[in-house]
Design a binder for this molecule. Structure first.
Ligand code: SF4
Ligand code: SF4
Ligand code: SF4
Length: 322
């Protein structure tokens, strides 16, 4: 059964979340925490809670989908409890991989944050330089959390059409969308036998949950409309079905960068037969797609893979429904 708690942020939502994560780490007896890297080369794992000061799950930049590294981290920490701090699309990938039985989640404590969206890397760097610091961009994004975020049209295509930027599936979900984050952040606990009363600032006012639910519903509608617009804009060049997508992959040579960056493929890679990817492998991959857009970010041909994969997935689902 889920329960809702709140953190009083006193003007500093990121600081309040840091303190909360530190307390949860100690209370849950974590061995390590998998974190979103905030800069190229930053390690994706912490083994000392003091390092949490450097972690920023609200930064409008996504460099990798950390669901990809969880199997390896679980192997490294064979007996201990491992925490994972994820964005919603990373949580979706983890859930998909767990559903396919390729990841065991018993030793994981999943913590997910509402996502304000992320910029392409070059756009992020340009904006950070203009703003004077990367922290300034986080501050700006958080400032607009009550309105559901900003600059939607400059975000990565995956973010503009994200099926759900709300943290809803993890053991502990940190809610900021639609909320007055300079005063309060919501903590929605699905699972986790800890003393949440002492780890938070007490039970949340139900009005907070309602506000957030309204914003999540608005964003879902907005993203659905954007998805349709982006697909319609490219309709003439999109592969019409999975066979057409396999044809397209045949022109890619041995690149595979989209698959290497994908949290679904890195756990179960599509195989080839006589130089062509197996239809059933690619169909299973797309059926599990979490919509994170890391494939598109890595494609050297700059193919709009978020839109291509979303469209082919839709076509597959429609064909199955007939
Ligand atoms: S795809 Fe969704 S959850 Fe992932 S970074 Fe973009 S908005 Fe956030
Ligand atoms: S196919 Fe692309 S969008 Fe889908 S999970 Fe893989 S990397 Fe993310
Ligand atoms: S990353 Fe782009 S070029 Fe490479 S295999 Fe994927 S779609 Fe083809």
């Amino acid at each position: 059964m889920s329960s809702q708690w709140m953190l009083k942020t006193k003007g500093d939502p990121l600081g309040a979340v840091h303190r909360f994560l530190q307390d949860v780490w100690q209370a849950a007896g974590l061995d390590a925490l998998v974190i979103p890297p905030n800069a190229k080369g930053q390690k994706h794992i912490l083994t000392d809670p003091a390092g949490l000061e450097e972690v920023n799950p609200f930064q409008p930049l996504m460099l990798m989908n950390i669901a990809k590294v969880i199997p390896e981290v679980l192997k490294e920490h064979k007996d201990g409890r491992v925490g994972v701090l994820l964005r919603p699309c990373e949580m979706r990938a983890l859930t998909e991989n767990a559903g396919r039985g390729v990841i065991q989640t018993e030793r994981l404590l999943t913590l997910c944050v509402d996502c304000l969206g992320t910029f392409p890397e070059d756009e992020f760097e340009w904006r950070a330089a203009r703003k004077g610091s990367e922290e300034g961009l986080t501050g700006e994004a958080l400032q607009f959390a009550p309105q559901g975020g900003i600059s939607a049209y400059r975000y990565r295509a995956a973010c503009q059409m994200c099926v759900s930027p709300g943290a809803t599936e993890a053991d502990v979900n940190i809610g900021i969308l639609g909320l007055p984050v300079r005063q309060t952040v919501l903590v929605d606990v699905k699972n986790g036998p800890l003393d949440w009363k002492t780890l938070t600032d007490g039970t949340a006012d139900p009005a907070l949950s309602t506000k957030r639910d309204i914003m999540l519903a608005k964003l879902s509608e907005r993203h659905t409309r954007t998805r349709e617009r982006l697909i319609n804009g490219l309709m003439e060049v999109l592969p019409t079905d999975i066979e057409a997508l396999l044809d397209q992959f045949e022109n890619c040579g041995s690149c595979q960068m989209c698959m290497d960056s994908c949290p679904i493929c890195t756990v179960e890679f599509p195989r080839q037969f006589e130089g062509r990817y197996r239809r059933e492998d690619v169909a299973a991959w797309l059926a599990s797609c979490a919509g994170c857009g890391m494939c598109e970010q890595s494609c050297p041909q700059h193919l709009p893979l978020s839109i291509i994969f979303t469209y082919v997935k839709q076509q597959m689902e429609q064909a199955l429904a007939i």
